[in-house]
Design a protein around this ligand. Structure first.
Ligand code: TNX
Length: 527
């Protein structure tokens, strides 16, 4: 097994945690604990409260997982993630208690933990995880995974012992929306790459995957009523490669896979700009009736749907109708960004009408914050991607009650370079080292937007320069863990000096998983 050193300085580090924030950790008990187990101070995201005991639990070859009724699916998931490295059978059944096993219960958690919170209790005899909802058990399972030695994350059998530090953790998220976005339009990524990403996000309690499905360079989802969108509009990508698209069956499979990880998929159809792939596929969508060629460059802002034509709204009604039918989540993302080729006089009524179409299909609209200049319906959410905290249109919309998800491009964008030496990515919003991505407060960031109007955070990965899963890994890790922590952990736990140590402790896990992370010099990486 990978032996994690249990540093002498831990007791003082834990005391510091207890003093500075919501983490109540008993330093004395920590000191008495055996060596070589993962301390609660290494968890990412930081839990609300964590208190270590003197006990240690060892998962043995005869261990069972108890998970009855609605907990059974999470129990099976837990077994499936623990089996490869342990090599143990870990049967899952509904018997109420097991010696030296793991028990998942949908009772006794306490209403303050909400739908996604959990309470984890580890004694010498076993692990008990309680939550109000399966989503909460799933959050707790991610915590438990991080408490096993890092070699638990290997896909191949490793040597134990599989020990877990005893104690109690009580945890629940700060924000309801904790997202990541993947742009599959600039470069297409197939189902397996997206599933891999979903599994990586789930580990850090991210609960929303925004898929940027359409842009100038490609249309990535089959639409039965407008088939050329995918077959022609999806036939290329940035740089001229062959592109691709998801069949509806593949998209449903992705959505179901995400759902099994308690991740909601939000499909984006970007409009009225970023629409060259659609305009190239159907000449009648263009104001002049002429289809432009497919586009494989990286400029933005040159395309627009024809907002004055009736067929545009028939098109949107049919496309949004199919997307809504395929998507169980509450939101359809309508884009709305960088519509530099659409006048304000055309843009505002267009956005008003699109919101009605989305509502008619039973969904709520989410749009890049550019939509704030149009009249927004109650329930429409803006996604802020600016590079500074003050935006007059956002302020005005917020004054009328609009909520926002925060993705400031100079803090949360995963496609910005870390520094001048980063080969991948862009730098129009500046360089974003991991410390920058962590050191801001989503609840208090936007001028004129109350904390109660911030639904959460999202880390977008635009893929103009990203062509492989290794590229995705490199830009996403470690920064997505920082954004995920901002979304989950109480503001009181916010402390870069502690976070960088916890983040550093993830490296052996990423190595065990084969994640191609960026080893930022700001972080003391564990070996
Ligand atoms: C701006 S951010 C865009 C995208 C680009 C990205 C590259 C936003 C809403 N629009 O079209 O891919 O910059 O960083």
């Amino acid at each position: 097994m990978t032996v994690r050193p249990y540093p002498r300085r831990l007791a003082s580090a834990l005391t510091a945690l207890a003093v500075c924030g919501g983490l109540a950790v008993t330093a004395d008990a920590a000191q008495a604990a055996p060596r070589q187990v993962v301390p609660y101070s290494h968890l990412v995201p930081a839990p609300v409260t964590a208190s270590q005991s003197g006990a240690t639990f060892t998962l043995g070859p005869a261990a069972r997982i108890s998970a009855a009724g609605a907990a059974a699916e999470v129990g099976q998931y837990l077994a499936s993630v623990l089996r490869p490295a342990t090599g143990y059978p870990l049967p899952v059944d509904s018997r109420s208690s097991h010696a030296a096993g793991i028990t998942l219960l949908l009772s006794g958690a306490g209403p303050e933990l909400g739908d996604e919170g959990y309470r984890l209790e580890v004694t010498g005899n076993g692990v008990t995880l309680r939550a109000n909802k399966p989503a909460g058990l799933f959050s707790g399972v991610q915590t438990l995974r991080q408490l096993f030695p890092a070699s638990i994350d290997s896909g191949k059998r490793q040597r134990g012992p599989w020990q877990v530090q005893g104690g109690t953790i009580s945890d629940a998220p700060r924000f309801a929306y904790r997202g990541a976005m993947l742009d599959v339009a600039r470069h297409f990524f197939g189902v397996d790459a997206v599933k891999r990403y979903i599994d990586q996000l789930a580990r850090y309690k991210v609960n929303t995957l925004h898929l940027h499905l359409t842009d100038d360079q490609g249309w990535r989802i089959a639409i039965n009523s407008w088939p050329k969108l995918a077959t022609y509009g999806g036939s290329t990508q940035v740089g001229g490669g062959k592109g691709g698209y998801y069949t509806q069956a593949q998209y449903r499979d992705l959505v179901a896979y995400a759902q099994s990880r308690f991740i909601t998929v939000i499909p984006e159809m970007d409009m009225p700009g970023h629409t060259n792939a659609a305009l190239a596929s159907y000449a009648e969508l263009n104001c002049n009736g002429v289809a432009p060629p497919l586009y494989t460059g990286t400029e933005v802002g040159f395309s627009s749907l024809c907002t004055g034509k009736d067929i545009t709204y028939k098109f949107l009604d049919e496309v949004i109708g199919e997307l809504a039918a395929l998507t169980p989540g509450p939101y359809i993302h309508i884009g709305g960004d960088e519509a530099h080729s659409t006048t304000d006089a055309d843009y505002k009524p267009f956005i008003a009408r699109v919101q009605q179409i989305v509502a008619a299909h039973g969904k709520k609209a989410l749009g890049w914050h550019d939509i704030s200049k149009a009249a927004l319906q109650p329930g429409t959410v803006g996604q802020f991607w600016g590079t500074g905290p003050t935006d007059a249109n956002v302020q005005a919309a917020a004054a009328k009650g609009t909520h926002y998800v925060l993705s400031p491009a100079n803090l949360a964008y995963l496609d910005m370079k870390y520094d001048a030496s980063t080969k991948l990515g862009q730098n129009w919003a500046g360089y974003i080292e991991v410390r920058d991505s962590y050191n801001w407060n989503p609840g208090g960031y936007l001028t004129g937007v109350n904390a109660s109007q911030v639904d959460g955070v999202e880390a977008p990965l635009w893929t103009e320069t990203i062509t492989s899963t290794a590229d995705i890994d490199y830009m996403v890790f470690p920064r997505v863990a920082a954004i995920a922590e901002l979304g989950w952990s109480p503001a009181s736990t916010h402390n870069w000096d502690q976070f960088k140590v916890r983040l550093g402790s993830q490296a052996p896990r990423w190595k065990a998983q084969g994640v191609n992370y960026y080893a930022s010099p700001q972080v003391p990486w564990a070996s």
